[in-house]
Structures are given as C-alpha cells and as structure tokens.
Design a protein around this ligand. Structure first.
Ligand code: GLY
Ligand code: MN
Ligand code: MN
Length: 429
C-alpha cells in the first residue's frame, strides 16, 4: 500500500522531473544549508534547513545535508557524518522512508558531488562552483509548493494541535496575571518546543503591546492590570508550521464585544476561502467588514462606502489578510501567478498583502484580520484625513487595550474549506 509519504514523494518528484525536462537539466541538488557563527564567537545562529530540501524528508533536517535528484532515479540523500565528540551523534534516522531513497554518508572533506552530471543545478544556499546557473528554476518549482499534498496537510494538522495546546495554556497564564515572558514559557511548554524550534518567534503582547504588529519583546513584569493578551504563535512539525493568533480579554466589556464581532467576521472569511476565489477580493471584503465593525461599535460615524473612500479601515487594519503557509510561515510563491515567475504585486489598496493569487484546492493559507489602535496611525489619520468621522474619545478609551488579531490556518477546498485551527482547538482535551 502506498503511504501518504510515498504519495507525497511521487507528487513532488513529478514536479521536479517536469522542471528538469523544462530546463534540460540532468540533476538538481537541494542543499539544506550550513550553520553560521555569531561574529567572533564559537556558537552558531539557530539553524533552519532550506525549505526546498526539507520538503523531501519526514523529519527535521540538519545542516550540510543534500538531496540529489536525477531524472528517472530514486532520490539520493547525502547525509553528513560527524567525527566529533562535542555534539550528539547524528545517525541517519531509521524508518520506512528509507525504502524510497539511496542514502550515502559523507564527511565534510568527501567529494560526494564528484560524479554528478555536467548539467546539475543547485537550489539552496552556498552553491558549489560546479553547478550550472539556471535562471527561472526557483520560480518554476516554487509555484507548485502552494498546493499541499495530504502528507503536508497531515503535518500542518499536527502543528496546529500543538499550537492550540500552547494557546490554551497561554490563555490560562494570562488569566492568572502572568508576565509576557511567563505566558510565552507556558505556551512553549504546552506546545512542546523550545523558542528556537518555533516556526517564527512567538508574539506575546499585553495591553498596548497588542497594537504592535510584530511585537518582539517578552517583558518579565507582572502587570496588576493586564487587560488584553494578543498571542501570535505556532508550532512546527518536521518543518511545517502552524501560525495562530488569538486575542483574550479579562472582562465582558465593550472591547470584548469588539473581539467577539471580529471573531465572527473572521470565521465568515474562513468559510469563503474556496478554490476560484481571488485572495485580493477577500482582502477587500475584509476592509469593508472592518468598516462595518467601526460603524457598529461607534468608533467611526461614516458609513462603509465613505470609510472605504477615505481609507479609514486601513488605519485600523494596516496589514494583509493572510498568506500562504507551509515550510515557511510566509510560504514562497504568494505573488507568483505562473511557473514562469510572473508576479502580481500588491497594489495601494493592500500594500502588504503577501498573497495575490487565485485560491486553488489544497492551498493552505492563513486568514488573519485585525483591528488595532495604533497611536502612530491614528495621529496620521487626524493630520491627513479631513472629516474622518472617528470618535477620538472612544478611541482614547480603547487605546489601553492595544488591538485584536484572530488568525486561523485554512485548507482551501472547492466547497467547504477545512479550518485546521478551529478543529485543533475543538479536539483539545
Ligand atoms: N506570525 C506572522 C504572521 O502572522 O504573519
Ligand atoms: Mn500569519
Ligand atoms: Mn501569525
């Protein structure tokens, strides 16, 4: 019986065979990359393998590991041997996956590449000099990565389960009055990872910090009045990410009412992530939805059309609705509309939109609307938009809460999309 991993290998193998035929190549090397050192120091930056190499293997890849593809042959894995008693041994992982591979081991000084054919291309960092330059190969293979195989979706489901467990622990830590650092530690413990294993540095913002889109600190201070927690954090399953955001508050107040309505809107958007839909249109719907919320919650007196004309929703929702998700949190190819690498770049309506493609079945994407009270943008609005219609006293009231983002991970389908995140939360014990 073909396993999901074998079916995955067959699909991506076919994609690369097509690329080799298209570019008349005899082989492609996918390199995981090498570790890099801090300046004048003897320890290394956290390492993450090049996603193009990681995609081929069902475990987390380390450095100096190479996947060699030749048309019509089993792929070859070049595995690094370490003669080194300073670090843990590094055996080739056991398992059924080996059936589909030629495995060779190589010391750093071994010339494992000596017999490669003349027309060998290289993808990944630090190309060796023998590799031919192949303009367009990267875009050609990146385009297809947006559509995930069942094996990849399984991995993201596991990453979602661990992410959801972490979020529930973080919520408890917030309700117990803990600091940002302790909330992050609670998240990491429950999602079973160290900070270096996170797919991206978790964002944990209390109160006003919830208005900083990529808030990067973790304060050790316990606040006597922690009102809001915005946590944007995920987990990682052999390289595949979950990317989840939740916003919690402590009291059933008007900020909480805003969270509930944004949550309802987010779920409606998630249900619209069907094949054939252009993501730019979903982003536009979101801007209209934000305008509606601003009106309903008496933050802005202008109607939806007036707000859109004056770009009021952009003040409160200044980022894109979402992005492709996979081995990279902002996965490759989001602006590409074909294998040739033609780009469809974001326009001024959505300058930060990372996904401009038409959705296809089994793409995995995030849906992450937000509504923030960001002093810099509010000041700019007051200075530059006449008759903005916003109630500045009401905004003043909301400023100490920071902001809201709600982010789910969605598998696009022709009818009903699968919400990996909501499923993961509802299956928690
Ligand atoms: N965590 C980064 C993002 O949501 O895009
Ligand atoms: Mn995201
Ligand atoms: Mn996120």
């Amino acid at each position: 019986m073909t396993t999901r991993y074998q079916a995955h290998l067959a699909i991506i193998g076919h994609r690369y065979e097509d690329a080799m035929a298209h570019f008349s190549l005899d082989a492609i090397v996918l390199a995981s990359g090498e570790k890099s050192y801090y300046f004048q120091d003897d320890h290394t930056h956290p390492f993450q393998a090049y996603s193009g190499a990681q995609q081929w293997l069902p475990f987390t890849l380390g450095a100096e590991t190479y996947v060699v593809l030749k048309a019509g042959e089993k792929p070859t894995l070049v595995w690094p041997v370490r003669d080194d008693f300073w670090h843990a041994p590094n055996p080739v992982p056991s398992g059924d996956w080996q059936q589909n591979w030629n495995i060779v081991t190589a010391r750093k000084t071994d010339k494992w590449f000596a017999d490669l054919p003349k027309k060998t291309a290289w993808l990944g960092p630090n190309a060796l000099p023998f590799a031919v330059t192949c303009e367009g190969l990267k875009a050609y293979v990146d385009f297809a990565k947006a559509v995930k195989t069942d094996f990849e979706i399984d991995a993201m489901q596991q990453a979602s389960l661990r992410g959801a467990a972490g979020h529930l622990a973080a919520k408890e830590a917030f309700l117990a009055g803990m600091s940002e650092l302790d909330i992050h530690l609670a998240f990491l413990k429950a999602s079973q990872q160290s900070a270096f294993q996170e797919p991206y540095p978790g964002i944990v913002g209390l109160n006003e910090h919830a208005a900083v889109l990529h808030y990067e600190h973790k304060s050790v201070q316990q606040l006597s009045d922690s009102r809001t927690l915005l946590i944007d954090a995920g987990a990682n399953e052999h390289g595949y990410a979950s990317d989840i955001t939740r916003t919690f508050t402590r009291h059933a107040d008007d900020f909480n009412a805003l969270i509930q309505d944004l949550d309802t809107m987010e779920q409606t958007l998630c249900r619209q992530a069907m094949s054939g839909v252009n993501f730019r249109d979903l982003h536009q719907n979101t801007l209209a939805g934000i305008a509606n919320l601003l009106h309903e919650h008496k933050i802005c007196s202008l109607n939806v059309e007036e707000q859109l004309a004056k770009r009021i929703p952009h003040v409160f929702f200044p980022h894109g609705l979402g992005h492709l998700l996979g081995l990279q949190v902002h996965d490759v190819g989001g602006h590409q509309i074909d294998k040739q690498g033609t780009l469809s770049l974001p326009d001024e309506q959505a300058p930060f939109l990372r996904l401009t493609r038409t959705l296809e079945e089994n793409m995995v994407i995030t849906i992450e609307p937000g509504l923030y009270f960001i002093p810099m943008l509010l000041e700019k609005m007051q200075a530059e938009i006449p008759q903005h219609g916003c109630d500045m006293a009401r905004i003043q009231h909301f400023l100490p809460y920071g902001g809201i983002r709600i982010e789910d991970n969605i598998v696009v389908k022709s009818q009903q999309p699968i919400n990996l995140t909501r499923e993961a939360f509802s299956s928690q014990p």
